[in-house]
Design a binder for this molecule. Structure first.
Ligand SMILES: [Cu+2]
Length: 329
């Protein structure tokens, strides 16, 4: 049965009803056929992502970032580069809009398995390239939310301070705005209250840090503990275990999303999470933590097998100049 996960068949996209709010089931791309080609990494300058708590004191960068997101939100609503079209990519891959190619009963889900880190790495890569193109700066890099450092353990204020900013989103838990400290054990549903570690201040900072440390340390010899279980073509995600890094990321999604609504839109639901700029900030740090994990393991590939190395996905690619819309990859 073993085989690498294949990209979805666009023509079979259907309503994404798995966990979606009832008004958020139309997640398919605005086309059903496309010219699909293999992706070659571009020869553009290296983009260097910086931590949120550093860039907030760099008005020139904040201006660029805000402008890029504004432009993305202003694109025609059916343009693949449009901010909300990009968010639908996440919905389609996560809320059951596709079946796995060749397996009409098995939905395609890129969470809760080893695909989580790889898929999101590519997702951010293409999103970041679009932002850079829109402001004609191919060195533009997303900031990362450095929630594993003391200075970064609160929701960054550039996303919360100005309701008129393109970076702002109203569907969040405002009780968790600065100076509330992120809690790696936070969850909407947790059986017995309290939901989370029940700690505050420095104690919570220390608890988070030791949780992160043990997540790394306990999984160094066994990458599935950090990255999630292998998921091969034809296997349902429900049979798989979530990796330690994804679990921390889940807590942070829930920490940002509204606790008191049924579907916890935006950040608390797969279908809508990427409608909030915080999503990309959070995932930029998840990606960085994966990079650190790889370093700690001496840069050995985590799963040296074709089912991991040859899995593939579909994203929107760009034209090579600054002028037009993206071509589809
Ligand atoms: Cu995701």
């Amino acid at each position: 049965m073993a085989a690498p996960l294949a990209p979805p068949e666009l023509s079979t996209c259907h309503p994404a009803t798995k966990g979606s709010p009832p008004d958020m089931t139309h997640c398919c791309p605005p086309y059903s056929q496309a010219h699909i080609v293999d992706y070659d990494f571009p020869r553009t300058p290296l983009r260097v992502r910086r931590p949120a708590h550093e860039v907030k004191d760099d008005p020139e960068y904040i201006e660029k970032y805000t402008e890029a997101v504004r432009k993305m939100k202003e694109l025609p609503s059916d343009d693949p580069w449009n901010f909300y079209q990009q968010a639908l990519v996440h919905c389609a891959y996560c809320n059951g809009a596709y079946f796995q190619k060749g397996y009409p009963d098995v939905t395609l889900q890129v969470h809760t398995s080893w695909h989580f880190l790889a898929w999101h790495r590519y997702y951010l890569h293409f999103f970041e390239r679009i932002l850079g193109k829109l402001i004609k700066d191919d060195t533009f890099a997303l900031p990362y939310w450095n929630f594993d450092a003391k200075e970064g353990m609160t929701i960054p204020e550039i996303f919360t301070s100005d309701p008129n900013s393109p970076l702002y989103n109203d569907n969040r838990n405002k009780d968790h705005y600065y100076p509330a400290i992120v809690d790696y054990r936070y969850a909407y549903k947790c059986g017995t209250p309290p939901c989370g570690s029940n700690q505050t201040g420095d104690e919570l900072v220390q608890a988070n840090m030791s949780y992160m440390r043990s997540t790394f340390k306990n999984s160094l010899q066994l990458p599935e503990l950090f990255m999630g279980d292998p998921l091969r073509a034809g296997e349902p995600d429900s049979s798989k275990g979530t990796g330690g890094l994804e679990s921390i990321h889940n807590a942070i999604h829930q920490f940002v999303g509204p606790a008191d609504t049924e579907y916890h839109t935006d950040m608390g639901n797969f279908a809508t999470a990427a409608r909030d700029c915080m999503f990309y900030r959070l995932h930029a740090n998840v990606d960085r933590l994966w990079h650190l994990y790889t370093n700690f393991r001496g840069n050995r590939v985590e799963f040296d097998e074709p089912d991991w190395l040859e899995s593939s996905y579909i994203f929107y690619e760009l034209q090579s100049d600054f002028t037009g819309r993206g071509t589809i990859l």
